[in-house]
Design a protein around this ligand. Structure first.
Ligand code: SDX
Length: 428
């Protein structure tokens, strides 16, 4: 393969380097495009064909349905690792030794208390507030209580900010849920594992001992691993571009949480459950919703289906679908919603509209069924996605900062009015 691409514009030829990644993907390096061509740029709404960076964290092959974190397959990590191990792998690039993992967890636990004044902020929210809005606000507010986390340039300063947010974020997640339920806002228990601690903070009843349930611990641990990173998705790109201005880690994460909230992105897991509930209320009439999803006049989309990159099965959806059967079986939960989901999936996989557009179930299609069986309220589903994605956002932000990436500032193609003189109001 040639190492150059040639572009011809108005009879002029321009050459641009072709660069190859470690998985043999090829990119055209257009850093010199505008200067070399006297102002020609590219336009690519949604960045469907544009790479924003080089990254060594996560590899996706959308055609083959491959997902790897730092070279390890998602299937093996979901099966053999735990969430904190995967968080360490994503952030620092290698699977930790026992000592490294223990030190990492100790450092996180040493920062797992949130300033009590943050409760005054959460108290100001109405109970009706969506937990994603609460979480985004509180994450940004943490900056005020941890000023040393803002101006971080050295790896050590970044590490301190990283273990702080990994310690405090699960507390905020539990507070966002308990606030809506009118329950006291608890702190964690340092004697527990990371995921055990999350579950206890979320579900501990004020008037009785909390008993861990291994089924819930294993299910949540696996779900968090499956959500931990996904290269340059919408919310991760938001974290990176926010961080590229050297905004602090917490402010960058707060921006990412807001981006994840959207129903086309992480908010889809809540939208899937609401869609399946509506189908159930409609007597299981999946055909009506399939028709709506295919009707160009109808804004409705089959939530949990389709993906910008996967044009094959989302490997995470396969794992979660299997886990849904296992978890509901282990918990002894019969949920008709799961049967409706499977029926809908089968119909879509046989429908030319979906087959032609390569629309398959994505990570959000089955995850909510497990969250619901675990007793997590539907408005908290996207918060759980954020908890899983936290180490991925951190890893991508850290990589961007350590590689000293330039501030993100895309160009545009202007299509508005050309120059026109000001018109006095009496002449308009
Ligand atoms: C996540 O990027 C990531 O990695 C995200 C994520 C991660 O881990 O970070 O994987 C998490 O966000 C998963 C996606 C969750 N969102 C949903 O489930 C919402 C429903 N899906 C869609 O809105 C859509 O599929 C997207 C947003 C996921 C992808 O949109 P694209 O890549 O911009 O595709 P598109 O809108 O250009 O669609 C191509 C065609 C269109 O039809 P035509 O114009 O060609 O006739 O497919 C159609 C779309 O109308 N289409 C759908 C559809 N998804 C795409 N039609 C009906 N139902 C759908 N779900």
């Amino acid at each position: 393969m040639s190492d150059k691409a040639t572009l011809e514009i108005n009879g002029e030829k321009y050459e641009f380097p072709l660069i190859k990644g470690t998985e043999n993907e090829v990119a055209m390096d257009i850093k010199s495009l505008r200067g070399a061509t006297g102002g020609v740029i590219t336009v690519d709404p949604g960045y469907k064909n544009t790479g924003s960076c080089e990254s060594a964290i996560t590899f996706l092959d959308g055609e083959k349905g491959i997902l790897r974190y730092r070279g390890y397959s998602i299937e093996e990590l979901a099966d053999k690792a735990d969430f904190l191990e995967v968080a360490y792998l994503l952030i620092f690039g290698e699977l930790p030794t026992n000592e490294q993992l223990e030190q990492f967890h100790d450092d996180i636990k040493s920062h797992s208390v949130v300033d009590d004044d943050v409760k005054k902020i959460i108290d100001a929210f109405p109970k009706s507030a969506h937990p994603m809005g609460v979480l985004s606000s509180l994450t940004s507010a943490l900056t005020a209580f941890n000023p040393s986390s803002v101006d971080v340039n050295s790896e050590e300063q970044m590490y301190n900010a990283i273990v702080r947010i990994l310690g405090k974020f699960p507390v905020l997640v539990s507070w966002a849920m308990r606030k809506k339920q009118g329950l006291p806002l608890e702190y964690g228990d340092d004697s527990l594992g990371y995921v055990e601690n999350v579950l206890k903070m979320m579900f501990k009843s004020p008037n009785k001992e909390y008993e861990q349930n291994e089924i819930l611990v294993n299910a949540l641990d696996k779900l968090l691993i499956l959500h931990a990173d996904h290269e340059q998705n919408c919310s991760t790109s938001t974290v990176r571009i926010t961080g590229s201005s050297h905004a602090g880690l917490f402010a960058s994460l707060s921006a990412g949480i807001s981006a994840l909230w959207g129903p086309l992105h992480g908010g889809a897991n809540q939208a899937v459950l609401e869609m399946l509930e509506a189908i159930k209320e409609d007597g299981g009439d999946t055909k009506k919703y399939m028709a709506k999803a295919k009707d160009k006049e109808d804004p409705f989309r089959l939530m949990g289906f389709g993906h910008r990159v996967y044009k094959n099965f989302d490997p995470r959806a396969r794992i979660i679908k299997k886990a849904a059967d296992e978890v509901l079986g282990d918990l002894g939960v019969e949920d008709p919603i799961l049967d409706i989901a499977k029926g809908l999936e089968q119909e879509a996989l046989e429908d030319p509209y979906f087959v032609d557009r390569k629309l398959y179930p994505n990570v959000d299609f089955y995850s909510g069924i497990i969250y619901r069986a675990m007793g997590i309220p539907v408005e908290m589903f996207t918060v759980m996605f954020a908890l899983g994605r936290l180490p991925g956002w951190i890893a991508q932000w850290r990589e961007m900062r350590l590689r000293k990436e330039p501030i993100g500032r895309p160009r545009q193609l202007y299509v508005g009015e050309t120059y026109r003189p000001f018109k006095e109001i009496q002449n308009r």
